[in-house]
Design a protein around this ligand. Structure first.
Ligand code: NAP
Length: 191
């Protein structure tokens, strides 16, 4: 595969470059580029696609909308600005990434969105995060119907607890509850 890896903060730059090196080191024709972009910005998806097309040519086969932000506050602590901060990354960015990629998508194209078990479960103090993932699932179904005519599929992956920096921010009692209902060995997923 020829892969474009996006990072936004200095926190992720080193890790993104390490993954790109691992892909290039496969010595099987795979290549990777790294692009800095903030998916809160409306222009970011066009910038990402332009860099991809410039590096690898006009056709794109797979889009993975993985970037996401967690939110854990009570309703009384939640401010109107929080809504934009969460929905801009978790919902608007996948929408605009899809819009930017579709003109280049080669059938059978694959679009994979990262939802969460939170889209369908009620977790205390996580209403805004859950709402954003439920919105993403609705968008996924609509886009699957629309893009299916062209031979593409659009799906969500809805993980339970997976060890990552994000999971470190989820209250331990919620993680314990999720692990109890995780069918496979009641254990964490791994990246
Ligand atoms: N871990 C879990 O248990 C779990 C469970 C269910 C669903 N998920 C979903 O899985 C996906 C990956 O989560 P994770 O656990 O790997 O979380 P993570 O460790 O916090 O990583 C999230 C990634 O998203 C990037 N990101 C955040 N805001 C961005 C922005 N404005 N522009 C571009 N990139 C941005 C982050 O980049 P920076 O580091 O540079 O900010 C980071 O690389 C998310 O959509 C999450 O909601 C995770």
């Amino acid at each position: 595969m020829k892969v474009t890896i996006i990072y936004t903060s200095p926190n992720s730059e080193t890790k993104a470059r390490q993954v790109a090196s691992q892909v290039s080191a496969l010595s099987n024709g795979s290549q990777a580029i790294v692009v800095q972009a903030d998916l809160k910005e409306i222009e970011a998806p066009e910038k990402i696609v332009a860099a991809t097309v410039e590096a690898f040519g006009d056709k794109i086969d797979i889009l993975v909308n993985n970037a996401g932000v967690l939110f854990g506050k009570t309703i009384l602590e939640t401010a109107a600005d929080d809504y934009a901060a969460i929905f801009d990354v978790n919902v608007r960015a996948p929408l605009l990434m899809t819009k930017a990629v579709v003109p280049h998508l080669r059938a059978p194209g694959r679009i994979v969105n990262l939802s969460s078990v939170g889209a369908r479960s009620g977790f205390e103090d996580m209403a805004l995060y859950s709402a954003s993932k439920a919105a993403l699932e609705g968008m996924t179904r609509g886009l699957a119907a629309e893009l299916g005519h062209h031979g593409h599929t659009v799906n969500c992956v809805a993980p339970g607890p997976v060890k990552s920096e994000m999971l470190d921010g989820v209250p331990k009692d919620i993680v314990e509850m999720q692990l109890k209902t995780t069918a496979v060995e009641h254990r964490y997923g791994t990246v």
